[in-house]
Structure formats: C-alpha cells, structure tokens
Write a protein that binds this ligand. Structure first.
Ligand code: NAD
Length: 401
C-alpha cells in the first residue's frame, strides 16, 4: 500500500499552541480525566479564577435510579439508570441517552460536562446533560427495551421537560427509543413533543436529524480541508463504528467523492486491500441483513485496534471514548483525525498526535451537528412548524461554519 500524503499541499501556517506549558493532569485514560484535562487547558487560556472553575465544573444535579424490568423469560431484572444535568445557565439540559454495559456515573458525568461546552460552542440555547442505563441492549428483545425505557422515564420524568432537560439518541438508542420516551412523558405531563429530540418524523421529529451528526462531521472536515486548498474528493478515509454516526458519515463522505476503504463495529473491522473504496450503500444493506459489517463480500477482516493505525488521510473514530491513547497514538498514520465520537482521544494521545503534526478536529465541534439539529427540532416543536430538509441542512451549515 502506498503512503498517503496531501500531495503538493502546504500545511496551514498556524502557530501551534504550547500545550506543554499548560497545566497537565498525569496519565489519563478515563472519560472523566479527558474532560478535566481539556477543561484545565481552556480555563488556563481564558484565565479563569479558581471560583469560576469550581462553579463551571460542578454538576448541577445527578440522579441515579433503579429500574426493575420483567424480562421475557418471566424473571425480574433491576437495571441502574442515570441522568446528569451538568449546567443549565444557557438553557434546558441537552444530551443523549445511552444504553450500554459501560454506563456508569463517571461516564455520564463526563459526557454531560462535554455537552455543556458543546452547546455553548455551537451557540444553541441549551445547557449540558447526559443519561443512560447500564444494560446490554444487544442481548435484549424490543419488548424488554421498551419496558426498561418506559420505567426509566417514569422514574425521572419530573426532571425532564421542554424547558428543563431534553434527551436525544446516543449509543444504542434511536428514534424508536425516543418515541417511547415521548409517549411515556406525554402520558404523565400532557402532549409534549419538545420533551425529546431525535424522534421519528411522524411524531414531530425533524427532517435531517438522523443524518445530522454525520453531516456535521462532513461539513467540519470540508471546512478544515479548505485550509489545505483541498476538497473532500479523493480523501482516503477510515471509520471506526458503523452505527448512526459512522454509517451516515461514511455515506455522506462517499457522496462527496471520498474513498472510505475500512470500517468497523463492535464485532470487528473490514478493509478493502485492493486500493478500491467500499460501496457504502451495499455495506449498509449487509449490516441491515446480518447485524454487522463483518464478512462483507470483497473485504478482508481487520482488528479494531489495527484499523486505527491504517495509512489514510482521515481517521474518524465514531464509536466509543478513549480509543486513541498513549499506547497507539505514536503509531497512528492518519493525517487528520475527525472526532465524531465523544471523547475518543486521551490527553496523552492528544499531545503525541500534536507533536507528530497530526490534526485532531475536536468532538465538541466535529460532532455538534446532532445537537444543532436537535435545537432545530425543539424549536420547530415549540412553534408547531415544519422545516424542509434543505432548510435544516442549510441552517446546520451556517451554525457549524
Ligand atoms: P450507535 O449505537 O448508533 O453506534 C455505535 C457504533 O459503534 C456501532 O456500530 C457499534 O457496533 C460500534 N462500537 C461500539 N463499541 C465498539 C468498539 N469497542 N469498537 C468498535 N466499534 C464499536 O451510536 P452513535 O449514535 O453512532 O454514537 C457513536 C458515537 O458518536 C458516540 O461516542 C456518541 O456519543 C457520539 N455522538 C452521537 C450523536 C448522535 O446524534 N447519535 C451525536 C454526537 C455524538
């Protein structure tokens, strides 16, 4: 395989920030430590006082609930759910609901804080929140997921609401889960479409919301490439994760002329070694039929860890946190990393990538398309308005630009 370069292009003439001179936290590998470290860097640049820092870092409200669910086999299982509202100074809490065995207080607290900075950066009138349930959704039936979701809402609905806290989809949740949340919330509080975003369009969801996070990633990447006097066309791209964000970003980049040649999901990765790109539409069909990207015809298998080290122009982590760390950052061969996932890069990896001249487009900007279109959905619901998709995408571009 030939080494990928940005042929004939000059690096943009930008002064590198002196990260080394700023306060550094020692070895970090948890979401909490990533958020804390990035906050300290920003606070240093802004010259925040200790009082301002402690105000901004302290979560407003943290709730943990036990969720008993009757499983299909008749047994009773008790799950643990969380909702963390980090900061509401700029508006109602906003942040996804995630179902995963990795969900715990630390993860939720970190992701909620990251949402505060993301909504502020994107300048949408929300604060930061996050929630989730510790469970293994891949092992649960639709009926079990529905009962668990509804019971969770019954436990936390007093904290939610259009002007309190507005959840959205995240890892392993989707428009169907948002529909259950809407129904359960509305049955207790009256019809309230603005209580949740990422709903099916038939129930008040916004056109373009499903693709919004992936679309935002392509907009941010395209704007960055302009610095290199380069379009997206011809870029060789690797994507980790093929869920909502990963599959949409792969589809949209393919449409812009990028060559997406390797992708992965939780079951493993696939790569085209013949120099050609994957056909993303066929791959999406394969995933719909089989539940995974693996064994897609015409590809070879690759481990998730090796996928991150492939020679490419753009690496897009679109799965989980902490996947780029001090153990692999020195071996990454991408020229640009577009953080579609939340918190995929540890501070040590950030530093190593920075020293190696690899640009990291940060999550709170790169994946902000989802929360921006969530804002459009919320505002349409409050006004009983319906935007066409062209307007949604145009406004999304304007916000991210
Ligand atoms: P999803 O559940 O739709 O997809 C997650 C994908 O990652 C799946 O393909 C899954 O198989 C894969 N995956 C999980 N663990 C993996 C692992 N260890 N190695 C490789 N692949 C793995 O979730 P999503 O909504 O696409 O979210 C992905 C990331 O994007 C998360 O970090 C999420 O917080 C972030 N994000 C999502 C949105 C949104 O609108 N959905 C918005 C902003 C940020």
């Amino acid at each position: 395989m030939t080494t990928v370069t940005l042929e004939g292009k000059q690096a943009p003439d930008k002064e590198k920030p002196k990260l080394q001179q700023l306060t550094r936290t020692p070895l970090a590998s948890s979401p909490r430590e990533i958020v804390r470290h990035n906050f300290e860097l920003a606070a240093h640049v802004l010259g925040l006082t200790q009082e301002q820092k402690s105000l901004l870092q302290t979560p407003f409200r943290e709730v943990r609930v036990e969720i008993p669910v009757r499983m299909d086999d008749g047994s009773l299982k008790v799950f643990t759910g969380y909702r963390i509202q980090h900061n509401g100074a700029r508006g109602p809490g906003k942040g996804g609901i995630r179902f995963s065995p990795a969900v715990d207080e630390d993860e939720m607290r970190s992701l909620a804080e990251a949402m505060t900075w993301k909504t502020a950066l994107a300048n949408v009138p929300f604060g930061g929140a996050k929630g989730g349930i510790n469970c293994d959704p891949l092992q649960m039936s639709q009926g079990e997921l529905e009962r668990m979701t509804r019971k969770h809402v019954s436990r936390i609905h007093r904290l939610l609401g259009p002007y309190r806290d507005v959840p959205a989809p995240d890892v392993n949740t989707n428009p169907q889960v948002m529909a259950w949340i809407l129904d359960e919330y509305s049955s207790r509080n009256g019809y309230s479409p603005a209580c949740v975003t990422g709903k099916p369009v038939e129930l008040g969801g916004s056109l373009g919301r499903q693709q919004a996070t992936g679309r935002g990633v392509t907009y941010v990447l395209a704007e960055y490439m302009k610095d290199w006097d380069h379009s997206l066309r011809g870029l060789r791209v690797v994507v980790q994760g093929f869920g909502n964000v990963g599959s949409n970003v792969a589809t949209l980049l393919e449409a812009e002329g990028c060559e997406v040649f390797a992708v992965s999901d939780i079951f493993g990765g696939i790569i085209r070694t013949d120099g050609n790109a994957l056909n993303i539409r066929d791959l999406a069909e394969h995933v719909k039929k089989t539940g995974s990207v693996i064994n897609f015809p015409g590809t070879d298998a690759i481990e998730n860890e090796d996928l991150l080290l492939l020679d490419c122009h753009v690496l897009i982590p679109a799965a989980m946190e902490c996947v780029l760390h001090d153990g692999n950052a020195g071996k990454v061969r991408a020229k640009v990393i577009a953080e579609a996932a939340n918190l995929p890069t540890t501070p040590e990896a950030d530093e190593i990538l920075h020293d190696r001249g690899i640009t990291v487009l940060p999550d709170i900007l790169t994946n902000a398309g989802g929360v921006v279109v969530s804002f459009f959905e919320w505002t349409q619901n409050l006004q009983q308005a319906h935007w066409d998709e062209e307007k949604v995408n145009r406004e999304l571009y304007r916000y991210l630009r």
